[in-house]
Design a protein around this ligand. Sequence first.
Ligand code: TYM
Length: 321
Amino acid sequence: MRVLSGIQPSGSLHLGNYFGMMQKMIDYQRQEDLFCFIANYHAQTTVSDGKALARGTLKAAANFLALGLDPEKSTFWVQSDVPEVQELTWILSNFTPMGLLERCHSYKDKVAQGIKPNHGLFAYPVLMTADILLFQSDRVPVGKDQKQHLEVARDIANKFNNEYGDIFTIPEPEIDDEVAIIPGLDGRKMSKSYGNTIDLFLEEKALRKQVMRIVTAPIPVEEPKDPDACNVYKIYRLFLSKEEDEALRARYRAGGLGFGELKQELFEKIRDTFAPYAERRRELLANPERIRDALRRGAEKARQVANRTMRKVRKKTGLVY
Ligand code: TYM
């Protein structure tokens, strides 16, 4: 089974990305044909500083590699190193009704946040569709915020296949309820654009500061509390085994648990969980040629698959004459 997903290299990496997508992807490489990429073309819809994008791309790659993605066991590349994806985007545009894109929440949300409504932002889901279809992906693990984009991809794939025969695999989204929407500091979806993230690779002091900002209700320490109504719990539980989770829930219900104490515990948990990876990430970033090397080899592998698809698409659509 081919499993594919991508991440934008804009901004820092947060727990929403990690639990919503990366952890699953890294698990998949053991038994499935994993395709994983850094979506730098997509990031151009919001990042206009070229140097920042280039730096962000290397960092995003370092993040994945440090967290355990093995470029020998998977296909790992940067989106723009496989330019066939742009060719396919154009071809798929002709199978994309305007209404389909006009309905996309993500576009409307971004415009509401003040991002300029240009064509790139509007056509974003078509490029994402090309990412998925180019590699004949069976399954796409994502957070819930990408659900509609996956529906768009399936729609476009079906339209194209109806016209030209079974060229594309119809992708299945994989959105686990447990981690579909990781909440942020204020309980809304954790998102860079809400400024409510907890980031993976922060200096200790900055990480502690983020955790201490988690919004909690003014309930006296001695009173019993409802874990399911608590933002600290909603994040803490992601790190716990079933038994540990039960034990924490019991502490909530017993009373005597202060949010300050709990936040300190959570801070230590996050720090200790990611500290070994942070060390590897530092080593990788001190040696960017090694990262570039892995990405170059990944792009070669990805391009072979892309070209297999594109040969069929070009022929069917009349570009081979
Ligand atoms: P991006 O870079 O915004 O996010 C990467 C992944 O993290 C997930 N995610 C979350 N999951 C749960 N809770 C959260 N709070 C949370 N925040 C982020 C996202 O759902 C995503 O899976 N358009 C995509 C990148 C992309 C892509 C693709 C994905 C480009 N082409 C093809 C799959 C297939 C994006 O911007 O993800």
